[in-house]
Design a protein around this ligand. Structure first.
Ligand SMILES: Nc1ncnc2c1ncn2[C@@H]1O[C@H](COP(=O)(O)OP(=O)(O)OP(=O)(O)O)[C@@H](O)[C@H]1O
Ligand SMILES: [Mg+2]
Length: 462
């Protein structure tokens, strides 16, 4: 085989290829042309060395080499992503398996602790035990929520929402958990375009970022600054497709993050905090949520100076009222103002219905419990006006909450139905609304919140 004519345009290259070709074909005379004498093998080696040198100087080859390096790097990062997504998938499966049962257990633990507190007068020492149970239980509930969001099991319900109202509300809640040696400043737009988002998840982002900022300044105190600004045109240096953006930043002047750690902070379970203080899921969750919102996240951090995390959300043209947003973040207040209300609870988990029943009865409601959708339907049919409200679980063996709600609402369209569900995407809030279900509650629901939701439904149905 003769050396390829195309790559031998360069005369020097041609000469070297010739040497190699001739030597390889057994013509060692060519050897005379090489200044540096040696045996046949040396001639080939010298030829090859010269070839390598020439090739490395050849622009076409250089480019090819760069492309090859890029391709190899791409491949490496795809491989890393694959490993990462496999990890997430495994975690997702695990979360899916335990989240449902775990939440039911938590409803029972939290509910019983709340009931215990209700029984004890203010001066009793034992209240501290129940308060501790509540606090730990809520941490556990939060952890399940993080894992589930992170593994993307939870149905994301993107709606047109306005950050100008969600952010200050979320900050109010964050303020309650952050000590006063940390000053919170906010520079948030009064009016801004909407984004397509899940308000609860935005709230979760805020809580995770603010908690991290607080931990970074815990020993020294400092300033936590939250800003919301608008970008007309995509933010520079970010490859983003949408036209306009909102930038949400959380800045602290705390301990900062080393360059080495900066590479890893978004990895699930990466934490520098002691056991019991951090699980390393906060930023992984934030990252997952931002991805689902088609956003981008940037990090700017200097050791001992502080950290800024910014999130960019594509905006929409729509407008919604501020009130709608507030409602989805914060539980509404309200008291039942009617004399006696009859409630039907349908749940296949007796430990849950028992807690709900006891709680609601203490609050003056009359409660009937069914553990199966068919029984509930049969009971309801006997006298469709006997209940003022139905609270049903979604995941039940014989008939789902959704099916039951459909049947009930066909018989009595004005019936307030509350659907409570664990983490599943079997039904979305929109779907629930379409079916005529008044409220959609994510387990575990705090009893006081449950009561507020029930009162709200009862009030609106008159
Ligand atoms: N604002 C910050 N300042 C300094 N370090 C930070 C900041 N935010 C995150 N980090 C670092 O990134 C790590 C990962 O953060 P992440 O929120 O994912 O987990 P965590 O806070 O350790 O635990 P979790 O949020 O699950 O309770 C933290 O342990 C910390 O080392
Ligand atoms: Mg955190």
């Amino acid at each position: 085989m003769k050396p390829n004519e195309d790559i031998s345009n360069d005369k020097r290259l041609q000469k070297i290829l010739n040497i190699i070709y001739e030597v390889a074909s057994g013509n060692y005379d060519i050897y005379e042309e090489i200044d540096d004498k040696g045996d046949e093998l040396d001639a080939v080696i010298i030829g090859l060395n010269m070839l390598v040198y020439e090739l490395s100087e050849n622009q076409g080859i250089k480019k090819l080499n760069e492309q090859l390096t890029d391709a190899i790097n791409d491949l490496k990062s795809t491989q890393a992503q694959l490993v990462q997504s496999q990890k997430m998938e495994a975690l997702g499966t695990l979360a899916g398996g335990i989240a449902h049962d775990f939440n039911n257990i938590l409803v029972s633990i939290l509910g019983n602790a709340e009931l215990g507190l209700m029984e004890l007068s203010q001066d009793r020492q034992e209240r501290a035990y129940f308060e501790n149970i509540l606090e730990s239980g809520e941490r556990a509930a939060n952890l399940v929520r993080q894992i589930v969001t992170f593994s993307r099991m939870e149905a994301t319900r993107l709606k047109s929402v306005n950050l100008a109202s969600i952010i200050p509300e979320a900050l109010k809640i964050a303020r309650a958990t952050i000590p006063t040696n940390i000053e919170i400043r906010q520079d948030v737009l009064e009016v801004c375009p909407n984004i397509m988002a899940d308000a609860t998840q935005i709230y979760q982002i805020m809580l995770n970022l603010c908690t991290n900022a607080y931990h970074a300044m815990e020993d020294t105190g400092g300033v936590l600054e939250v800003t919301l600004k608008e970008w007309i045109g995509p933010p520079p240096a970010l490859e983003m497709k949408a036209e306009n953006y909102l930038e949400l930043s959380v800045k602290d002047n705390g301990c900062g993050i080393s360059k080495e750690d900066q590479e890893r902070i978004f990895d699930p379970f990466f934490t520098t905090k002691e056991v019991g203080k951090g699980t390393g899921l906060g930023l992984a969750v934030v990252f997952g949520i931002v991805e689902k919102h088609q956003g981008k996240i940037t990090l700017d951090s200097t050791i001992d100076k502080g950290t800024t995390i910014s999130i960019f959300f594509p905006t929409t043209a729509n407008e919604v009222s501020k009130e709608t947003n507030k409602e989805s973040v914060i539980a509404r207040k309200g008291e039942a103002d009617s004399p006696v209300r009859l409630i039907l609870i349908v749940d296949d988990e007796p430990m849950i219905s028992r807690v709900y029943k006891r709680f609601l009865e203490k609050r003056g409601y009359v409660v009937t419990v069914c553990s199966d959708g068919y029984d509930a339907l049969a009971l309801f049919k006997k006298n469709p006006n006997q209940f003022d409200l139905v609270l049903t679980d979604q995941a039940m063996p014989n008939m789902t909450g959704k099916q039951l709600a459909k049947e009930l609402l066909t018989i009595r369209p004005d019936l307030p139905v509350l659907l409570s569900t664990g983490y599943s995407d079997v039904i979305t809030e929109e779907e629930a609304q379409e079916l005529g279900i008044r409220k959609y509650l994510m387990k575990p629901v705090k009893l006081e919140n449950l009561k507020q939701e029930i009162d709200e439904c009862l009030r609106s149905s008159g």
